[in-house]
Design a protein around this ligand. Structure first.
Ligand code: ADP
Length: 300
């Protein structure tokens, strides 16, 4: 088993277990691909997925370019009309938050489009109002800000890993909708994406992180411990939606086992909400309701 010896810097038990039954496709050392030990492709993306084909790369590249052109028109409109847009990207570890944000922003003018991915709170921040450090990064007029994880850490990783107290957690579930109401009443457009990934697909993505040198930095101790905490994360997710899927700030679920399809539909979903000049309605199309939509239609 080639994979068992390709574990990079880590050699912990959890990391070894991650690669059990998998092997690296030796035909492509430049771009590691994992296979099942018998050489068959890994198809965990099919779990709970409405399509039996992934989007082909060429088709993806073509559609992505078209949508990125529309995103640029949208950014022109954001600047010209002084919009403030917040895009919260949440989901389990390896659900595809960062990769989606990267494609959203790769063609945008960095002046006016920012990504916020905060470290764990410092001691000073831990002594502040919970939302305070996020407020500092909210958009001014003409800006769009993508949050790669957000204040929702408290309802997910902090809850499950025990980084906050029960009281802090309960207080968060009360305050989050109030906080979001303040934002939306002030005219901020708040888009909350929940990227959803199945259990087996999450595991596959962790395994790929482990063998691919350019992805290794993404594999954190938190990721590895989340493997054993799937059900706890599920319970936290259910509570979070119950408390924070509100009329003024609803969640939008993106089924992201096929990352390319998920990214395209997330872009469509954002563009669909914005009425900017010279919009090419045919190019944007309608978001695919089998992939992206309200929590009550898509949440598993
Ligand atoms: P990511 O999945 O965002 O690449 P990690 O898996 O390492 O990063 O961590 C998940 C999240 O948990 C991060 O937002 C991180 O800031 C947060 N986190 C890690 N340790 C703590 C802690 N002790 N207290 C609060 N939050 C933490």
């Amino acid at each position: 088993n080639q994979a068992a010896t390709t574990s990079g810097t880590g050699s912990g038990t959890a990391e070894r277990e991650l690669l059990e039954g998998l092997s690296v496709d030796e035909q492509r050392p430049e771009r590691p691909l994992l296979l099942n030990d018998d050489g068959s492709p890994i198809e965990t993306w099919r779990d709970n997925h409405p399509y039996d084909r992934k989007v082909r790369r060429a088709d993806y590249e073509r559609q992505k370019r078209i949508l990125q052109i529309e995103l640029l028109k949208m950014q022109r409109w954001i600047k010209d009309t002084g919009q403030r847009i917040v895009v919260v990207c949440e989901g389990r570890d390896a659900a595809g938050k960062g990769g989606t944000i990267q494609r959203f922003t790769e063609r945008l003018n960095p002046r006016g489009a920012r990504v916020v991915a905060l470290e764990k709170p410092t001691e000073r921040e831990a002594g502040q109002w919970y939302f305070q450090r996020y407020v500092a990064h909210l958009p001014a007029r003409g800006e769009i800000v993508f949050f790669d994880r957000s204040w929702y850490n408290r309802a997910g990783v902090e809850r499950v890993m025990g980084f906050c107290t029960d009281d802090e957690y309960r207080e968060f579930l009360v305050q989050a909708p109030l906080f979001e109401r303040l934002l939306t009443e002030d005219g901020v457009m708040l888009v909350k994406f929940w990227f959803s990934v199945s259990r087996a697909e999450q595991r596959t993505r962790f395994a790929i992180r482990q063998v691919d040198p350019v992805r290794r930095w993404k594999l954190s101790p938190t990721d590895l411990s989340s493997l054993d905490r799937w059900d706890e994360y599920t319970a936290a997710k259910v509570e979070m939606f119950r408390a924070t899927d509100t009329a003024h700030a609803p969640w939008t679920v993106v089924k992201n086992n096929d990352k390319r399809r998920g990214r395209l539909e997330a872009m469509r979903s954002l563009l669909d909400r914005c009425d900017y000049p010279a919009k090419d309605h045919a190019a944007v199309g309608k978001p695919d309701p089998l992939i992206v939509g309200a929590a009550d239609t898509l949440l598993e």
